[in-house]
Design a protein around this ligand. Structure first.
Ligand SMILES: O=C(O)CCC(=O)C(=O)O
Length: 480
């Protein structure tokens, strides 16, 4: 069995338990596991059926980190938009979290002191309700060799309400939204109405997030305070059937995706884009542009915060998704945009007018219209992408409750799957995703990225030269 060294540290910060206390904690952990993965029997050892803990799934041998890094001091907002956000180029930004209180306070020990009895979300049950576990019990789960130490795909805190619940609200004072991501247009819809957008994320080795695209065409940033995460990213338009094949036994968990699908991407006959590989280090913030597929595997005990957002750069695409999947929210958003961002309201109006024209064209055309209208992005919000609250059924009530719990699948696009975290952000209506992918395949994305990369190198080189010149000048001035 691979022992994650961070788990040994954990054991030393957790006070020993009496046999009775230990029984109680184990009972709570087993109940959470049963609720979060009802398809796996805890007593029959099905959480460990695949034996991933004994495999080399955490090995990084031969892996080439291929995502550029840039220090925040080398970036302005304008440059970030020009180099990364507008061209949809993933990047790792360093130095963003240094001044956050979280840089000190988000260690297992400090979190234990602050939030010992607070219950964080570790999954969803079969009805979509949050499964919660006390923080101390979660840490004990991580430290038990027969639980997280052995589970194929351990439970993962993925909590979208941490900032709103009294027991954990203090966490939102411990970090701040970096200036680069300040333009957060869904904010205009109001805190109550906007979809869940921020998550506290903590999990042991082999936990993670299966391959998905973030919902509603949002972009994301993910700041890692502790531990290491392995990422694989595929550009927008990568055909789903290659990277997310529907095969029996291939669940949507990160660990099974990295174990079974990732190796195929390295074969000479791999038919589509190769993934960008990335090993995120503590203190690094990953920017995931909208439409990029990504899977994330925790290599040890990780602690992170992630936000999804819409800015001017992805507003048009996000609006196409939102007006369909979230009609009430988008009405509120549009009203606020008219007041505060008439430029974006005009874009929304143009998109809506285009959609209306397409609809009337397809309805007035002949019987072949069903296939063309099926491509209309306004036609088919799946239930997962739609807004809860328009009806009175108990299913809808449950969905409302789940939405209030901040699941990312309630944001829209979850491809579900057993892994609680995978289900969090994903699920885009299939039709819509295919359509978007087809459109995007037509763009020479690789070329754009190459050009971006060159531009970035050039800019960094210029910066280095300027710095060198300054240093030289200083040295010259210091010379007698
Ligand atoms: O597990 C993680 O940290 C990745 C989260 C993620 O992919 C997401 O929030 O979309």
């Amino acid at each position: 069995m691979c022992i994650d060294p961070s788990l040994q540290t954990l054991s030393s910060i957790l006070p020993p338990l009496s046999a009775e206390e230990d029984d109680y904690v184990q009972h709570k952990i087993r109940s959470a596991k049963r609720a979060a993965r009802s398809e796996l029997s805890v007593s029959r050892g099905e959480w460990q059926r695949q034996q991933y803990a004994q495999s080399d799934i955490l090995s990084l041998e031969g892996l080439q980190d291929s995502v550029p890094r840039i220090h925040i001091s080398d970036l302005t907002s304008e440059r970030f938009i020009e180099l990364f956000e507008a061209p949809r180029q993933p990047v790792v930004i360093t130095g963003l979290t240094e001044a956050w209180p979280a840089a000190q306070q988000w260690t297992p020990q400090a979190l234990l002191q602050q939030f010992r009895d607070h219950k964080f979300k570790v999954g969803s049950d079969d009805d979509g309700y949050a499964v919660r576990l006390r923080f101390e019990h979660f840490l004990r789960y991580c430290a038990y060799p027969h639980h997280a130490g052995a589970d194929d795909s351990p439970m993962y805190i993925f909590d979208g309400t941490f900032a709103d619940r009294s027991g954990s609200a203090a966490m939102k004072q411990q970090y701040s939204v970096p200036g680069l991501f300040q333009e957060d247009l869904f904010q205009l819809a109001g805190e109550r109405r906007r979809p869940p957008y921020r998550w506290f994320v903590m999990g042991p080795a082999r936990s993670g997030t299966g391959l998905h695209v973030d919902p509603l065409a949002t972009s994301a940033w993910n700041a890692l305070l502790a531990g290491h995460k392995r990422w694989a990213l595929f550009p927008p338009g990568t055909p789903r059937e290659h990277i997310l094949p529907k095969e029996p036994g291939l669940e949507r968990e990160a660990v099974s995706w990295f174990s079974k699908v990732y190796p195929r991407t390295q074969q000479p006959d791999w038919p589509t884009a190769k993934p960008l590989d990335l090993i995120q280090q503590p203190g690094e913030t990953v920017f995931v542009p909208h439409g990029w597929w990504h899977a994330v595997l925790n290599l040890d005990l990780t602690i992170a915060v992630t936000h999804n957002y819409v800015s001017s750069s992805n507003f048009e695409t996000a609006w196409r998704h939102t007006r369909k999947g979230r009609p009430k929210m988008s009405a509120k958003l549009l009203a606020a945009l008219r007041q505060q961002r008439p430029d974006l309201a005009a874009i929304a109006d143009a998109v809506d007018a285009q959609g209306a024209a397409q609809l009337s064209n397809s309805s007035s055309s002949s019987s072949s219209s069903s296939s063309s209208s099926s491509g209309s992005s306004s036609s088919s919000s799946s239930s997962s992408d739609s807004e809860a609250g328009d009806g009175g059924s108990s299913r809808q009530a449950k969905r409302r409750k789940a939405a209030a719990d901040g699941s990312k699948d309630q944001v829209g696009d979850s491809a579900a799957g057993a892994d609680a975290a995978v289900a969090q952000k994903q699920q885009q209506p299939l039709q819509e995703q295919h359509q978007e992918q087809q459109q995007e395949q037509q763009q020479p994305l690789q070329e754009q990225q190459q050009a971006q990369q060159q531009l970035l190198q050039q800019l960094l080189q210029e910066q280095r030269q300027e710095q060198l010149q300054e240093q030289l000048q200083q040295q010259l001035q210091q010379q007698p």
